[in-house]
Design a protein around this ligand. Structure first.
Ligand SMILES: CC(C)(COP(=O)(O)OP(=O)(O)OC[C@H]1O[C@@H](n2cnc3c(N)ncnc32)[C@H](O)[C@@H]1OP(=O)(O)O)[C@@H](O)C(=O)NCCC(=O)NCCS
Length: 190
């Protein structure tokens, strides 16, 4: 049986391996990646699908600004393990993520993806005509879904990163923890 739950810290390695398998290195060159790097996903909107203790699907949503002062969510990446596709797991993750986003009070979701797939969840390019992403992408693949009617009615401008900055690891503390010593700090030059 497949269950959907929030992602935990211990899931990160399996999630990254799944994304490598689904998208390869090209995933780091996607325009959406420019909006995600160095940022944290939206609270409660990193989900995994689990079967027999293994991560078989992943979806995350990120705070972004669609033009000035209009915070919405960016959906992606969504990926299902190749051995588990066409079983409805991608759809289940999409529906759960959309429902949670709506419940949390978010107003709209944007993504870059295949209209033939995302259209079944209500996404369309009709609302993104005056929005654009950083980098190169196919305009027909910039899609949106309103969670509140009219949320993107007059949206225009660049979609830019929002949300919290991802904290950088404290290397001194990590090295100290590894060696069992107290953290040391570089002495300032006099
Ligand atoms: C796209 C993806 C998330 C779908 O997951 P899934 O669990 O297989 O999806 P579901 O079982 O809920 O739905 C399967 C349906 O989606 C369709 N589908 C899958 N990928 C599609 C695509 N790129 N374009 C259009 N339809 C697609 C399947 O043909 C199938 O159609 P059917 O219901 O008429 O038989 C999965 O195939 C995946 O991880 N692909 C690799 C990553 C990727 O290409 N992502 C980009 C998608 S735009």
């Amino acid at each position: 049986m497949v269950t959907i739950r929030e992602e935990k810290f211990a899931d990160i390695a399996a999630r990254e391996a799944l994304l490598d398998e689904a998208y390869g290195a090209a995933r780091f060159a996607k325009p959406s990646q420019r909006l995600r790097e160095g940022r944290l996903p939206a609270d409660g909107l990193s989900l995994v699908a689990v079967e027999k203790g293994r991560i078989v699907g992943t979806i995350r949503l990120w705070p972004v600004n669609a033009g000035a002062r209009r915070e919405v969510l960016l959906l992606g990446p969504l990926a299902i393990h190749p051995m588990h596709r066409k079983r409805g797991i991608g759809s289940a993750l999409m529906r759960r993520a959309i429902a949670r986003a709506r419940l949390a009070g978010h107003r709209a979701i944007v993504l870059v993806g295949e209209p033939a797939y995302y259209g079944r969840f209500g996404f369309s390019a009709a609302l993104t005509g005056r929005l654009w992403m950083p980098g190169r992408y196919d305009r027909d693949r910039l899609l949106a879904l309103e969670l509140r009617h009219g949320a993107l009615a007059d949206a225009h401008g660049l979609i830019g990163p929002a949300g919290r900055i991802e904290p950088k690891p404290d290397l001194n503390a990590l090295i100290a923890a590894e060696s069992g010593e107290k953290p040391t700090f570089a002495r300032r030059a006099a």
